[in-house]
Design a protein around this ligand. Structure first.
Ligand SMILES: Cc1cc2nc3c(=O)[nH]c(=O)nc-3n(C[C@H](O)[C@H](O)[C@H](O)COP(=O)(O)O)c2cc1C
Length: 393
């Protein structure tokens, strides 16, 4: 029998599914409900010093849909509006009621050693399992020198990680931003400052467009808008890349996230190097109840693969990722067209001819391949509306 139990830095997880720091972890009573429903843990909505002023805008979210389904979210939300004392009491309450659940305190403060120390020292008094340093929120609040303003510079990230490590009595994860050219530079810097692990990714800075009827931005705050953090399915490839790059540059534990909507996404994050995963947007759209499908799906998958636990899945895909230079350039595939399925619509022929190679042609009876012109790019197989084209050796 496979198990979802796992252990990271000595912390026992009953399953690897954590709520990410976000609205689903902004209230003690909702986290209580999520734990009852089966989540393995929660990263609290980012806690800040009580004197940090935060004024929210309305609305603060907009979405991107495809065929009625939400595929992405842009938010300009700031951090927890609850006091440090609220969280100190909340952590004690939650841990007493749910001793097997993992609670990670996400924290953020301006670049001030005393302020970081004060926050950590107060939380050290609680049974919190670990800290997550939010160096990565794109809109909260760079003008005050916090969030992504920290996580885009190696110097400040190193400095603050060091300050926190000086006093923290629990493991310290650094939550990294994807909004940098090379995430591994910041990762290596905070590892040198003794960070115990990484969390990635925070939201991807973006802008969700303009309404062509009103000519106003889709995220319209009294006629104006701003860039925000994008999350959900649309950011998944960026999250996958960042987690794989982190795993390739370090052996520290990784809490992977970004666009997880189902167990298959979670399994891929684990295969790419995550020790556990976090989820935010999918929970905001579909509720805590998604945990049942996540747990049963991943458990069944491990059993089908004959794996005992996620440690056997972890990192498995990493050795398959290399540089373009190292790829075997002698490997060439060619399309094979299933004549019984092909409806001869000619889409593959048009796309091939308009995208450089002119390897496909169509006569009355069939689509023909000119192998000499075919570079094996595979575009035809992706655009075929009937999935009649397979790339073969
Ligand atoms: C509305 C909203 C609020 C968020 N607030 C925080 C926060 O306070 N602290 C933090 O570290 N990340 C915050 N995040 C980022 C998420 O924790 C997560 O990193 C990101 O959304 C990617 O995961 P997802 O695609 O599953 O949503 C927030 C995300 C959203 C959508």
């Amino acid at each position: 029998m496979a198990t979802l139990r796992t252990n990271i830095l000595g912390i026992e997880f009953e399953n690897p599914f954590l709520l990410a720091s976000a609205p689903p972890t902004a209230l003690v009573e909702s986290i209580d409900k999520a734990f009852e429903m089966g989540w393995g843990g929660a990263v609290l909505k980012t806690i800040t010093p009580d004197d940090l002023e935060m004024i929210e805008a309305s609305p603060r979210y907009t979405i991107m849909k495809e065929k009625g389904r939400v595929i992405g979210l842009q938010n300009i939300e700031l951090l927890s509006h609850k006091s440090v004392q609220y969280w100190v009491d909340g952590i004690k309450y939650l841990k007493e009621k749910h001793p097997t659940k993992v609670i990670i305190a996400s924290i953020m403060s301006p670049v001030d050693r005393m302020a970081w120390h004060e926050l950590v020292l107060r939380l050290n008094e609680t049974p919190v399992d670990a800290y997550e340093l939010n160096f990565s929120c794109p809109h909260g609040m760079p003008e005050k020198g916090i969030g992504m303003a920290i996580g885009t510079t190696t110097e400040i990230s190193t400095l603050i990680t060091g300050w926190v490590k000086d006093v923290a009595t629990k493991p310290v994860f650094v939550k990294l931003t994807p909004n940098v050219t090379d995430i591994t530079k910041i990762a290596k810097a905070v590892e040198r400052a003794n960070a115990d692990g990484f969390a990635a990714i925070n939201t991807v800075q973006g802008f969700m467009g303009v309404n062509l009827d009103t000519l106003e931005p889709n995220l319209n705050i009294d006629g104006l808008s701003t860039y925000g953090g994008c999350s959900g399915e649309i950011v998944k490839p960026i999250g996958f890349k960042c987690v794989a790059q982190l795993r390739q540059c370090s052996d520290l534990p990784i809490l992977g996230m970004g666009g997880i909507t189902n167990w298959q996404d979670a399994a891929q994050y684990i295969a790419l190097g995550s020790d556990a995963v976090q989820i935010c947007t999918e929970v905001m759209i579909n509720g805590y109840g998604i945990i049942n499908g996540l747990k049963s799906g991943l458990l069944n998958y491990l059993e089908e693969k004959g794996m005992n636990d996620i440690s056997e899945l972890k990192d498995i895909a990493i050795s398959k990722i290399t540089t373009h230079e190292n790829l075997n350039k002698k490997y060439h595939l060619h399309p094979e067209i299933n004549k019984e399925v092909c409806v001869k619509c000619g889409k593959c022929v048009n796309i091939c001819s308009e995208s450089e190679h002119q390897a496909l042609s169509k006569d009355d009876c069939q689509i023909k391949l000119n192998k000499d012109n075919c570079v094996g790019c595979s575009l035809c197989s992706h655009v075929c509306p009937k999935e009649a084209i397979k790339m073969c050796n």
